[in-house]
Design a protein around this ligand. Structure first.
Ligand code: FES
Length: 196
């Protein structure tokens, strides 16, 4: 009797080991199989919804106005930004995608400054008040100098100055044109971070 009990205990232990090995093999097969089946599915979804990730970017230089449309006295003037827009699976031709203010920085010279008209606080469009000679945001009263710097930055809701944009003056068919590298930037941050 005693010897029989002694041999059955190791046999039970071996059976337990085999059960555990079998359980781990099965679990590993299920996990690997799950990963293999999920990844092609996720990749398929990315391909299917890829057009949604390419919405309405207006990067690159765009023609905004001819130089002679800008007042000689340096007062900013607003212009719509018109370009083709890709939205999900559709393409829209000549759509307004934003607004910029242009101003001459030197009288009689082809030197122009461009500012995105969107307030960096929460994304409203600013106005230029010619009587007060500054930009004013109608939403929470941020105000900016004609060159885009904040007036009273310590109490201005906007966390940064208006966003300046790169400008090129190009000669097209004998006329000087103002081209702007149009970008939108993230609202509510002190840093100027371009939208993707
Ligand atoms: S959005 Fe311009 S001050 Fe708030």
């Amino acid at each position: 009797m005693v010897s029989s009990d002694r041999t059955s205990a190791p046999r039970d232990a071996r059976a337990g080991d085999e059960d555990r090995r079998s359980f781990f093999s099965t679990a590993t097969a299920v996990i690997v199989g799950g990963i293999v089946s999920v990844f092609p599915f996720a990749a398929g979804l990315l391909v299917l919804f890829d057009p949604l990730r390419r919405q309405g970017s207006a990067g690159g230089f765009l023609r905004i106005a001819s130089l002679d449309e800008l007042p000689a006295d340096g007062v900013p003037r607003s212009f719509p930004v018109i370009t083709d827009r890709v939205d999900a699976w559709n393409k829209f031709v000549n759509e307004p995608v934003g607004m910029v203010f242009l101003r001459r920085t030197k009288e009689g010279v082809a030197q122009v400054e461009a500012l995105n008209a969107v307030c960096p606080h929460a994304g409203c469009f600013v106005d230029f008040l010619s009587k007060e000679s500054h930009f004013q945001c109608p939403c929470h009263d941020s105000s900016f100098e004609p060159n885009g710097t904040r007036i009273h930055p310590e109490r201005c809701p906007s966390p940064r100055d208006l966003d300046a944009l790169a400008v090129e003056i190009r000669m097209v068919e004998g006329r000087e044109e103002v081209w702007v590298e149009f970008k939108n930037f993230r609202a509510g941050t002190p840093e100027k971070i371009a939208d993707a």
